[in-house]
Design a protein around this ligand. Structure first.
Ligand code: ADP
Length: 153
């Protein structure tokens, strides 16, 4: 059976921290489905369609990655995608209890296991919310955003 993981998030926007989790997840799974969650209660900078498009562009040459949006529970997306795993990044103790509660609940409801990867230290203070704040004040955020890999000549 294929090992498929959902990497769920808001990705508003998708940062180099997110990209690092995807890259480190690829050797662990056969496929990763990046799920852009539609959360009506969160004010967003980019539309869901824009976020999906930006992430797809990054991974056009990686057939093991799919990018979709969803507006129900991550475990429901996992069922649709035949995924038995959820992939998440853990930046700090602040993330820990939140991630543990959701992971426990998801396991209890669906048997889907959550795989947490510790964020690499140099990415641990990068968050979509900080990047949005910088954008709002007109700062250049290019260094925090991933760029499609150039094909080597
Ligand atoms: P959510 O709104 O669900 O927290 P995010 O888009 O903020 O969604 O994050 C999605 C996932 O990426 C989460 O597991 C989060 O911990 C992880 N993540 C966010 N920023 C980083 C980072 N800088 N390095 C590694 N993982 C990160």
């Amino acid at each position: 059976m294929e090992r498929i993981a959902i990497f769920p998030g808001s990705f508003d926007p998708f940062t180099i921290g997110h990209a690092s989790i995807v890259e480190r997840g690829l050797p662990l799974f056969d496929k990763i489905v990046i799920g852009v969650g539609i959360n009506e209660s969160k004010r967003s900078l980019y539309s869901v369609a824009e976020r999906v498009e930006a992430i797809r562009r990054l991974y056009v040459d990686e057939p093991r990655i799919r990018v979709v949006s969803y507006n129900d529970l991550t475990i429901d997306l996992a069922r649709r995608e035949n995924a038995r795993f959820i992939l998440r990044g853990l930046r700090s103790v602040k993330d820990f209890e939140y991630e543990r509660d959701i992971a426990n609940m998801n396991e209890r409801l669906s048997g889907i296991e959550t795989v947490l990867l510790f964020t690499e230290p140099h990415y641990s203070s990068i968050s979509s919310s900080v990047v949005r704040e910088l954008i709002a004040f007109g700062k250049d955020v290019e260094e925090f955003l991933p760029h499609p890999k150039k094909v080597e000549e």
